[in-house]
Design a binder for this molecule. Structure first.
Ligand code: SAH
Length: 265
């Protein structure tokens, strides 16, 4: 495997050769498998937690695929420099426009340019916060290209040139985009068909209808003197549904007045 082509995780291997591709070869994208392409200085961070449990099993089964592109291999000169000091002065380093551009060109090869079919995002605290609606949008696309920043971020010109949207994991500052990428991919992959065992479970959970989820209980029936709410043990499905609904509304009003307002509006 050469260093300047994507690495793939999971069973669906990428063609890694610098020779022009033979017409008889398998296409690089296996039809139907949702794909995440990650541009990062730390490809070894992947698949990370995505390799575990349901997302990991789905990756092994080829239900989705993951390619990492090592930004370093697109660097300048003998030392493969990827960053430089900020124009105008100030602390830290900024990822170079030309280096990021080369990586993105590679990352977008063969991908549709229609952003609805294939979103292209830069992870950044300045972006619009990621949410369940975006996870659903990504899951409905064919794949996504994600640029992970490091240091002070990325030269603005390459973001403008590619019309890249910025997306945030939340109102805090991480040292790099890799954890954010894994969080967003996890939220997306679990919505893909056949990834979760029980399809109904994505329809009833938090945010799916603008409400937070009701509390959950399991055995033992009494624990440390605390009982399970009797209605849940009653066997009356109508009553159970009513109780759960009321709890979801109560929790949403109490904890997330912003979500509650949005629902009413
Ligand atoms: N100087 C920047 C922060 C850079 S943090 C600023 O003040 O906005 C370094 C990298 O971590 C960023 O380029 C971004 O890719 C990633 N990162 C940091 N916080 C993030 C967040 N909340 N969501 C997504 N990515 C984040």
């Amino acid at each position: 495997m050469t260093d300047d082509l994507p690495r793939s995780h999971g069973r669906l291997k990428v063609q890694v050769t610098l020779q022009p591709r033979d017409l008889m070869e398998e296409p690089r994208r296996v039809k139907g498998a949702w794909e995440a392409r990650i541009v990062t200085l730390f490809p070894e961070a992947f698949p990370g937690v995505l390799g575990l449990s349901l997302t990991g099993k789905a990756l092994d089964q080829g239900l989705w695929r993951l390619e990492t592109l090592d930004l370093r291999t697109f660097g300048e000169g003998k030392h493969r420099n990827v960053d430089d000091t900020p124009a105008g002065g100030g602390a830290g380093m900024v990822l170079r426009a030309d280096v990021v551009h080369r990586a993105l060109r590679q990352a977008m090869s063969g991908a549709p340019m229609d952003r609805a079919r294939w979103p292209v995002v830069y992870l950044s605290p300045r972006g619009r916060p990621f949410d369940q609606a975006r996870a659903r949008g990504w899951a409905a696309a064919e794949g996504v290209t994600i640029l992970c920043g490091r240091f002070e971020g990325v030269d603005q010109r390459v973001l403008d040139h590619w019309g890249i949207e910025e997306v945030s994991l939340g109102d805090f500052v991480l040292t790099g985009g890799e954890i954010a990428a894994q969080a967003m991919i996890d939220a997306t992959v679990r919505l893909l068909p056949n990834v979760l065992g029980n399809a109904a479970s994505t329809e009833e959970e938090s945010f799916s209808d603008g409400l937070l989820e009701h509390p959950q209980f399991t055995r033992p029936a009494v624990w440390e003197g605390r009982e399970i709410p009797p209605v849940l043990m009653s066997g009356h499905h109508g009553e159970i549904e009513k109780w759960r609904r009321a709890e979801r509304e109560r929790l949403t009003q109490e904890r997330r007045p912003d979500l509650w307002e949005k629902r009413k509006g």
